[in-house]
Design a protein around this ligand. Structure first.
Ligand code: PEP
Ligand code: MG
Length: 843
């Protein structure tokens, strides 16, 4: 979310010294009057400020209060401003809390933290604050508080509908969960006026994710969406489009999940004649499969956060920085997950990032700091209070969001205090275990050591929790919502976990174990057959082989890719080395990473893509200039050529690594190439660095992502060793559709005939000079897409590891001649639908 930092000016006429209001309400009205007189707010905003006091405490601490209006009433703010009422004798704000400076804030933006930081800075300077309580010169207050600042948001109040309305019956099969809710909020936030979502007697501010989730909307609930403000009708139409537009995807996701669930084998049933009933803990099946082994109970996830008070300024800065870094980290995680696992899984992290924009959470953390608590403790406390409210909700979908909030809160916490990192998830026994936990965060689940954990059972959570989704993606048997009985189990208890039925059978008899092992063995053999085929080359029935690579960014992901049948890494997106952290890795660190990749691949090919920064992959810590249109701006090779301090250490690291690689095993490619001149310049830099390091020759290739490169492939091919087509970007640029566009992205189909023609041109151009062409964009991992690409003459396909078995099977079941015929027909199609319709008849 953008942070509005319009300066809040404080002219002397907005300061009133020596005030003596009769009470809190009088103080607020007096301060509000100053804002009204200065034209900052509509008179009605004063009432809103009073109302705000009934739902939240605006006493910041140390004699300072910050009254402000309800978020719903931000349209009553005419321009940003703050007014100060000095009350030397103090006014009782709440029991035991006396305000001597009343700082009334009027601002339209959401960002609360800037003004809070300014105030907290002041609060660490007690003598100065005391002086301000008594000063007779308004200039002292002006000097102390004139600063850039911005303003608050809070949950919606209960209220009726606004001017423009429409009704809608929730038809998302899993109700309003965080992913679609985040999309609603995004649309609502673009509106100048208010947006309200009402369900029966409960209403929520449509601009606040937590408030929206708290409605706990389920399928079949009838809601009224209402708006006001100057563009109310247009806003309503946009909202309607967002809300109803998501229905198809939500239904498709649910149908896909149901299909997946049906495709898996049914749950295991204990043998009837085993003589005695096995004790069983029943929960909800979250990820199918059977796990047999000893349980390991993870100590309760409550971590003790020490209260280490810090000077307010330092605490505020640490919180601010931690929030920013976490947002960056989540963005990187979402990007990486989207590319590795798919957009649905990536949405988890985007929705988590949205939870960080809850200004109530931030305000509460600041209040606690002002009370004298340390930043880590304060943040943790604020998160826990909010999560407890969510968890208490009877709607399981909503209650599951508590785990998300705690997860994202934990990320921020470890940024504030790195000592709190670590955690028991890494202290697992050496023999593979069924992991039992009160709850697991998505981060913990994603980071599980799959060599040591054979199954998961949690006391809390729900089948739609993100942890459950990730467990399914990882193929790990899991049950959730097993209740407190689970965490009371003794470590080492033998158990059989059935992730299909959501049962954990305890202390099985020998007969039970034998039956379970028998069943497990059957499954294992079936899986092993598949795995065996994964290991076979993607050779068509008539002997044509396509090389299969994996898109992998880190050495620790290589083993999993190889186990899926990868024959090498066809795309290592090195920008993720930069995106997942707060600083840039230097040459040495990069060198170590590339060497580790090569070692993990043990002589198999590794295609490393030079940094592709720009477009959707922004690296805030590089502080590159803002671009209006980053996809068409200084991105990829264009950026590298302008920043030798990024390009050269990377190339040095790569050529140093090449000295230890099998000949030809390391290949380098450059992203977003448009012109021959870029290739010539990059090749010259490579040649110079190679000579300086006395390193071996490394094949140099380019990504074909810009239509110009595809069209001129015959010219470019002379100067490179290979092409790898980035169909994600090639499609975006060929069809002029932003690949992240929420409405249009679904139309950006890489099987559009125009994209296929560009691919064909690339292959033809490459063949003229005896070069090979690969594809590493998403369509390579689609079995039908892969078949078409092979028919078009593509020799190498690189994809997300889990797509490999399906693609290999598809190619192994085909004949090259049939694939070529399919490609010819596809090139003649008029639309991508027509291309996709060829699927049924494809060989
Ligand atoms: C592509 O554009 O297809 C590609 C593989 O690169 P990225 O998705 O990283 O932009
Ligand atoms: Mg790309």
């Amino acid at each position: 979310m953008a942070t509005d930092t319009h300066p809040l000016s404080l002219p002397p006429d907005l300061v009133r010294l020596g005030a003596a209001p009769a009470g809190k309400e009088a103080a607020i009205r007096e301060a509000a009057q100053l804002l009204i007189a200065a034209g900052c707010i509509d008179p009605a905003y004063a009432d809103s400020m009073i109302r705000r006091e009934t739902v939240a405490n605006t006493f910041l601490g140390h004699g300072v209060a910050i009254p402000h209006g309800m978020v719903d009433d931000r349209n009553l703010v005419r321009r940003n401003g703050i007014a100060i009422l000095q009350v030397p004798d103090g006014v009782v704000w709440n029991e035991g809390q006396t305000a001597r400076l009343v700082v009334a804030i009027a601002a339209q933006s959401d960002a609360h933290i800037a003004i809070l930081r300014r105030l907290t800075r002041l609060m660490q300077d007690e003598p100065r604050l005391e002086a301000l309580f008594a000063t007779t010169d308004p200039a002292d207050l002006v000097a102390a508080l004139s600063d850039e600042s911005s303003m608050p948001a809070t949950p919606a109040s209960e209220a009726g509908d606004l001017a423009e309305t429409f009704e809608w019956v929730v038809d998302y099969p899993t109700g309003l969960h965080a992913r679609p809710a985040a999309a609603w909020v995004e649309t609502a936030r673009a509106a100048a006026g208010r947006v309200r979502i009402r369900h029966g007697g409960e209403a929520a501010d449509g601009k606040t994710l937590v408030a929206l989730l708290q409605l706990g909307l389920r399928p079949g609930d009838r809601i009224t969406v209402s708006t006001d403000g100057p563009d109310a009708r247009a806003v309503l139409n946009r909202l309607r489009a967002t809300i109803t537009g998501l229905s198809a995807r939500e239904k498709a996701d649910a149908a896909a999940a149901a299909r997946k669930a049906k495709a898996v084998v049914q749950g295991w049933t204990p043998p009837a004649a085993s003589g005695r009933e096995m004790p069983v803990v029943a929960g909800i099946g979250a990820s199918p499969g059977l796990a047999i082994g000893a349980v390991h109970v993870m100590p309760k996830a409550d971590l003790t956060v020490p209260d280490r008070p810090a000077p307010l300024l330092e605490g505020g800065n640490r919180l601010h920085e931690a929030l920013n870094l976490t947002r960056q980290q989540l963005k990187a995680l979402a990007d990486d997950t989207a590319r590795r696992l798919g957009p649905a899984e990536a949405g988890i992290f985007a929705a988590q990032a949205e939870l960080l924009n809850d200004t109530d959470l931030i305000t509460l953390a600041c209040q606690l700091m002002v009370e004298g608590h340390g930043p880590g403790w304060s943040w943790n406390e604020a998160v826990e209070r909010s999560a407890a409210t969510l968890a208490a909700n009877p709607n399981p979908v909503l209650a599951a969001r508590a785990a998300d909030l705690r997860d994202v809160g934990r990320r921020v916490l470890t940024r504030i205090d790195p000592d709190l990192r670590g955690g028991s998830i890494r202290d697992l026994p050496d023999t593979p275990c069924i992991l039992i936990a009160d709850d697991l965060s998505p981060s913990d689940t994603a980071a599980l050591d799959m060599g040591r954990v054979i199954g998961l059972a949690t006391a809390q959570g729900g089948p739609t929790s993100h942890t459950a989704i990730l467990a399914r993606t990882l193929g790990l048997p899991a049950m959730v919502a097993g209740g407190g009985a689970l965490t009371g189990l003794a470590d080492g208890t033998t158990a059989i976990l059935d992730g299909q039925s959501g049962r954990l059978y305890l202390e099985p008899s020998d007969a039970d174990l034998a039956a379970a092992h028998g069943w497990f063995e059957e499954q294992r053999v079936r899986k092993a057959q598949q795995e065996e085929r994964r290991g076979l080359p993607a050779r068509t029935r008539d002997g044509h082989t396509v090389e299969i690579g994996a898109n992998v960014n880190r050495p620790d992901q290589v083993a999993m890719a190889l186990s899926q049948g990868a024959e090498g890494v066809g795309l290592m997106r090195t920008e993720f080395l930069f995106l997942e952290r707060g600083d840039a890795p230097g040459e040495e660190e990069q060198y170590e990473t590339y060497r580790a990749m090569l070692e993990a691949l043990d002589g198999r090919p590794l295609i490393v893509r030079a940094l592709d920064i720009g477009g959707d992959k922004q690296v805030p810590h590089l502080q590159l200039p803002h671009e209006e249109n980053p996809f068409l701006g200084v991105r990829g090779a264009r950026l590298l050529l302008r920043h030798p301090e990024l390009l050269e250490p990377q190339l040095r690291a790569l050529f140093r690594a090449a000295k230890h690689a099998r000949e030809g095993a390391l290949l380098i490619m450059f992203p977003m190439i448009t012109t021959l001149r870029e290739i010539e310049t990059l090749r010259a830099v490579c040649d110079r660095i190679r000579a300086e390091l006395d390193a071996p020759a490394v094949p140099l290739g380019i990504m074909v992502e810009v239509p110009a490169a595809a069209i001129q492939a015959d010219v470019l091919a002379r100067h490179v060793d290979f092409f790898s087509i980035g169909t994600n970007d090639l499609t975006q640029y060929a069809l002029a559709i932003d690949r992240q566009h929420p409405e249009l992205a679904a139309e950006a189909d890489s099987l559009h005939p125009s994209v296929l023609r560009l691919i064909r041109m690339t292959v033809d151009g490459a063949e003229k000079h005896g070069r090979w062409v690969g594809v590493c964009g998403g369509i390579a991992g689609d079995p039908f897409g892969a078949a078409l690409l092979a028919g078009l003459g593509v020799r190498e396909l690189s994809m997300t590891p889990r797509d490999i078995p399906g693609v290999k099977d598809r190619l192994r079941d085909s004949d090259l001649a049939g694939l070529q015929d399919l490609a010819r027909r596809a090139l003649d199609c008029e639309s991508s639908d027509e291309v996709r319709a060829l699927e049924g008849g494809a060989s």
